[in-house]
Design a binder for this molecule. Structure first.
Ligand SMILES: *Cc1c(COP(=O)(O)O)cnc(C)c1O
Length: 338
């Protein structure tokens, strides 16, 4: 039986074209700043978002954590939504890496508003924990792939600037957001002080994330990366995969979004499905009927050939990606109805 992999868009494998690009990449020692392919990727992403500088590193977690550590000092706080990846899924890194606190807000499917942020900022008072950074996520993973409108980002950005708060974007799936809204990378570059981008999700690179920001910030981040043992040598083979992904595998995200809607449509007809979060991008989160437990349901689906992820006790998550095509969608329908 062929398994249908829908646990995450991190399961994508390098395509033949990507592998060729990796093999033919010119290489050098990146710790010395001499890997031409790493430099090309960093320059490409910085230019795309119209930021001064960029740094290539292993994972989205590393990019986010380096941004936080470079910006927020011990005893200060990061403001973010309670569903944020930086809070839920990065091993307590805000505290462990930066020695910082976190103020969690309850947004709309993981999206914060300017009014919420304004109300949450600590007063200028020695009793309070100093607010230093606001971190948004777009798309919001745990919000079912929800996206921010330009109006909302514009408002939040000018507010944070007026209060001297660093505005960070966990843009692990920012290209999915742009595929839906038509927003441009340069707009995000103008709204945010720093942005982390994943190359290894829907874009299909085997590994890698890029963090962009101004030059002094990226210099500081580079020191932190080195300190954590994240300085790497001939990383150009991996950077080549990232360049290839950005050149050839961005437009196809639309297909993932279409198939995610199809999955939701198929699931809406199943008796054990209670409801489905709005499907905007490549993530489908379904609420299962009361009395069922997600881990039991996930095991049952695995028996039928569908791999998906429990998302809390009541929810199951499917994520479409490069390795899930229309014939897999047909199989999915067959399997789930069996
Ligand atoms: C996947 C993801 C990350 C980074 O995860 P890594 O596995 O460390 O690359 C960060 N933020 C969000 C929202 C994600 O979905």
């Amino acid at each position: 039986m062929k398994f249908i992999e829908l646990r995450s868009d991190t399961f994508t494998l390098p395509t033949p074209g990507m592998k060729e690009a990796m093999f033919s990449a010119p290489l050098g020692d990146d710790v010395f700043g001499e890997d031409p392919t790493v430099l090309a990727l960093e320059n490409k992403v910085a230019a795309m978002f119209q930021k001064e500088a960029a740094i290539f590193c292993t994972s989205g977690t590393m990019s986010n954590q380096m941004a936080i550590t470079a910006t927020v000092s011990q005893g200060q706080e990061v403001i973010c939504d309670e569903l944020s990846h930086i809070y839920l899924y990065e091993g307590g890194g805000i505290m462990a890496n930066a020695g910082a606190s976190v103020k969690l807000l309850k947004g709309d499917l993981g999206r914060l508003s300017k009014a919420q942020i304004e109300a949450a900022i600590s007063p200028d008072d020695i009793h309070a924990c100093e607010s230093t950074m606001v971190s948004l996520e777009n798309t919001v993973n745990k919000g079912g792939g929800s996206v921010y409108s330009s109006e909302s980002l514009e408002e939040i950005s000018s507010f944070c600037r007026s209060r001297n708060l660093h505005l960070h974007l966990d843009g692990a799936r920012i290209f999915n957001a742009m595929a839906v809204t038509g927003q441009k990378p340069s707009q995000f570059g103008a709204w945010f002080d720093s942005i982390s981008v994943c190359l290894s999700k829907g874009l299909g690179a085997p590994i890698g994330s890029v963090l962009v920001g101004d030059a002094p910030f990226i210099k500081k981040v580079k020191r932190i990366r080195k300190r954590m043992g994240g300085g790497w040598r001939q990383a150009g083979m991996l950077a080549a995969a990232g360049i290839y992904a950005l050149d050839y595998q961005v437009e196809r995200l639309q297909e993932d979004h279409r198939r995610a809607k199809d999955i939701a449509q198929i699931c809406s007809q199943l008796s054990w499905v209670e409801s489905i979060l709005p499907v905007v991008t490549n993530i489908v989160i379904i609420k299962i009927q009361e009395g069922l437990h997600s881990t039991v349901k996930v095991a049952e689906l695995a028996q039928k050939g569908i791999k998906c992820a429990p998302f809390g006790a009541e929810y199951i998550r499917f994520v479409t990606h490069l390795g899930f095509d229309d014939s897999d969608l047909q199989l999915f329908e067959e399997y789930i109805q069996s």
